[in-house]
Design a protein around this ligand. Sequence first.
Ligand SMILES: NC(=O)c1ccc[n+]([C@@H]2O[C@H](COP(=O)([O-])OP(=O)(O)OC[C@H]3O[C@@H](n4cnc5c(N)ncnc54)[C@H](OP(=O)(O)O)[C@@H]3O)[C@@H](O)[C@H]2O)c1
Length: 314
Amino acid sequence: MKAVVCTQYGPPEVLQLKEVIKPSPRHDEVCIKIHASAVTASDIYIRGSQLPLRFRLPMRLALGITKPRKILGMVLAGEIEAVGKDISRFKPGDQVYGVTGFGLGAYAQYKCMKETDSMHGCLAQKPATISYEEATTAAYGGLLALQRLEEGNVQPGQRVLIYGASGTSGTMAVQLARYFGAEVTGVCSTRNMDFVRSLGAHQVIDYTKDESAHLLTSYDLMLDTAGKAKTSKLKALCRASLGSIGKYISIDDGKLELKAARLETIREVIDAGAIRPVVDRTFSLDQIVEAHQYVEQGRKRGGVAITIEHESLG
Ligand SMILES: NC(=O)c1ccc[n+]([C@@H]2O[C@H](COP(=O)([O-])OP(=O)(O)OC[C@H]3O[C@@H](n4cnc5c(N)ncnc54)[C@H](OP(=O)(O)O)[C@@H]3O)[C@@H](O)[C@H]2O)c1
């Protein structure tokens, strides 16, 4: 099968499309024919050298010292091709989506993984009303956003501020918070104001303008989906506006939980037509270097998907 191999840690050019052995499922694994993957902020951290040493070191001890031992890629959407004898949740032909966590391996035509949740991934039936590419945004951005909104215990009528509303998790967080009945304020840059409004934010605030400060009010929850590395003068003011009762949650506080139950909730909300994941750009597997170069700029709107062809690649 075709897969993207990472020849060493470094810039996007270390990624190469190669022919590798197709995996076979063990008794407790499914084999997924992958139709779409995604390039995420996490993939950029794993491949490159942007993470502070205290995070990079344990990651490299786990994944490989000089180069990753595994095929990269954390997000997938595809079809179950084969199942091991102990599999009960899925059957061949089921359309699925999920996150592979430390199992990685989604930049490939096939991936074998367990059907049960673990640090090596979680898997669920894919929303029927969206494409495989959209499902990758739903999986990664949706899991990140839903976990944090649940931690924030968002209730109808509460005022929720989503900082970094235009990214993969931000776009899902705005829509999910609105679905939960919150009054949503999205914070983004000037070029994304109309886009974030179109996601259903009641109010949109531009973090690049000093005069935005007077638009801030009190909030029950501030969810920072941009991550601690991305900041602005307004971000500090948003936090200050929370007062003594408002909660602040960063997407970087604690690990992403890989839970199929959350993927199932996200599927129901999407198939009810309440929210729609956003794909900024789609690349093919042989454009993986360009896809990483694009995501590395940190300016994506929603998610960036990789379409994985089977017919033409053989
Ligand atoms: N805890 C965990 O286990 C875990 C797992 C995965 C990811 N994460 C975190 O999640 C973060 C977000 O990932 P993501 O993929 O959702 O984000 P993302 O899509 O990479 O974010 C891109 C968006 O951020 C906006 N942005 C850039 N700088 C900003 C700033 N200073 N203030 C506000 N918005 C800004 C950009 O819009 P503009 O160009 O308009 O500014 C762009 O739309 C990652 O960076 C990582 O820190 C945590």
